[in-house]
Ligand binder design. Structure first.
Ligand SMILES: [Zn+2]
Length: 380
């Protein structure tokens, strides 16, 4: 079991000094997605307006539709954990709106929603002959309670004594906070997940149940914009090989850089992605990690020369049958880069070949094969 240092100073490695991370207190608002995705065809857009244009031109269904923060609601029930902002909702294809059965203006409805903290609200969007009803379950987390939960998390769930028992204690200690039940639940599922993945700490779960727990944690925690929630969502996405540019991970610099490294490999030619070997000064808050994620992060962030020295260890680790397929793929990506660096093309190709038909990683695999060809020709 390892850990990830959060909210601390970053040592950029070669410059000799340390750079304090910017002190940016979080606002307690929902993380707005980096991309706006179409619910009907998964196309992605940079702005809400582009999404709307696509949605209503390409999928001209006439029913009224409610969007929450640029996300089309396909479920009549929606949980909302934060204070609603006046422009959070978009009411599309609706001639009029109803609040608890009463017809109201859009301005009145928007204002009403911004005032609610703990309430179930029924709204209805109506056009000629069609209507859509939604039940919004608003339970706004109190910022002071969130901060206290974070503190308990870091005190009670440190990686040395991490166990099912420790999670029980954490949940008990958080019981006095009324507005953050979902948040506590999400944090607990994350810890259960890594205990299951490592098969340690008295877990009753099987190793393969770890992913289910991670998904449950992600589903809840992605709604919370605390550094802890962001970091855990980042770790879970990393586990599931959902790499991104890591722009919401400024409080977890190691994870951010590893995310960027894999994202770059996945989307562009492989030799452009080079880890720079940053070090993180080890004094900050520590987020527990499963041991595979911990090793992968450490290896990825080493300079190539040091990675090459660790080659046998990495190969050995990949043979460990306890690895999830996602982690094996990360190790394949890492190994192919090391072999390319060593001009050892046959094993580099071997690492990539298994992903040739993978819709998400086929481009990476092809790029490795192409690069091997090019470099081979140069040599002969
Ligand atoms: Zn679409």
């Amino acid at each position: 079991m390892g850990y990830l240092v959060l909210w601390d100073t970053i040592d950029p490695g070669n410059s000799g000094g340390s750079v304090p991370t910017p002190d940016s207190p979080w606002t307690g608002h929902v993380i707005v997605p980096e991309k706006f995705a179409c619910l009907h065809c998964q196309a992605q857009f940079a702005t809400k307006d582009e999404l709307f244009e696509h949605r209503f031109n390409e999928h001209p269904y006439r029913r009224p539709v409610l969007f929450y923060q640029g996300r089309e609601l396909n479920n009549p029930r929606e949980d909302i954990y934060h204070v609603i902002a006046a422009d959070d909702f978009d009411f599309k294809q609706a001639d009029w709106l109803e609040l608890e059965g009463e017809r109201v203006s859009e301005a009145v409805l928007r204002h009403f929603l911004t005032q609610q903290r703990q309430k179930i609200v029924k709204i209805r969007l109506v056009n000629e002959g069609l209507s859509s009803e939604y039940e919004l379950k608003i339970h706004v987390a109190d910022l002071a309670e969130l901060a206290q939960v974070d503190e308990l998390f870091f005190t009670l769930l440190d990686q040395v004594n991490l166990s099912v028992l420790a999670v029980d204690q954490f949940v008990k200690a958080c019981r006095k906070f009324n507005t953050v039940l979902a948040y506590v639940d999400g944090l607990s599922h994350y810890i259960y997940a890594i205990l299951a993945k490592d098969q340690t700490g008295g877990t009753q779960l099987r190793r393969d149940q770890a992913k289910g727990r991670m998904s449950r944690a992600l589903e809840v925690l992605k709604r919370f914009d605390t550094p802890l929630a962001r970091a855990i969502c980042g770790v879970i996405n990393f586990n599931l090989n959902c790499f991104s540019a890591g722009s919401t991970l400024e409080h977890a610099p190691k994870l951010q850089q590893a995310m960027q490294w894999f994202h770059h490999l996945q989307t562009q030619v492989p030799n452009l992605a080079k880890p720079t070997g940053i070090g993180v000064i080890d004094q900050g808050l520590k987020l527990p990690l499963d041991r595979f994620t911990d090793s992968i992060l450490n290896w990825v962030l080493m300079p190539l020369e040091r990675q090459a020295e660790q080659l046998d260890l990495i190969v050995q680790s990949k043979r460990d049958s306890a690895h999830f397929d996602e982690d094996k793929l990360k190790l394949s990506m890492l190994l192919s880069q090391i072999y390319l660096f060593m001009h050892d093309y046959a094993p580099a190709k071997h690492q990539a070949r298994g992903s040739m038909n993978d819709p998400a990683f086929g481009a990476w695999a092809q790029a490795v094969l192409d690069q091997c060809e090019t470099m081979n020709e140069k040599q002969t």
